[in-house]
Structures are given as C-alpha cells and as structure tokens.
Design a protein. Sequence first.
Length: 100
Amino acid sequence: MSSWQHLDIAGYKTLVKGGSVQVVDIRDDESYQAGHIPGAQALNDSTLPQFIGSADKTTPLVVCCYHGNSSQNAADFLSQQGFENVYSLDGGYTAWAAQE
C-alpha cells in the first residue's frame, strides 16, 4: 500500500531546515526554467526512469507542481515505487513563490 502526505509551505521550510530533502518539480520544462524551488530537479516522463533508479528512496521526497493538485498523483505513484517519505506540496510552486 502506498502512502504519501500533504505538506504545506511552513512544513516544507521546517523539513528543509531539518536536513536532507529531495524536491522534484513536475511542471513543464518552460515553467521550470522560468523559476523553481532551489535545488528542485525537473521530473518528467523522460527523466523518471533514471530518477527512480538512482534516487535515495529513504530521503524525504517533496513533489511540486503548479498548485498542488497534480503532485498528489505523482506523490502516490512515487510512493508505490518504494520512496518511503513522500510529500505533495500544498499550493505547489505558486504558493512557494508567493512566500519567497
């Protein structure tokens, strides 16, 4: 059974301050290039297999999209691939950018 959690912006900032975290951005390449959370890795159909094969599945993983909707499906999928601590960023990049 897969499991993932919602994570608000305050929780994200706390998680980052607490140590190592992976962030993936599932928005389109143009949006990612225009701006993304520092350290976020672009994740799309072409980069997904390599990411799943090489990422540390024990390090917390935060999935970011535009508004926090599509990231829920991606978080569910990634948790099914063996990632142990998966979060969907509530409000997505839009919410993160509004607080930066």
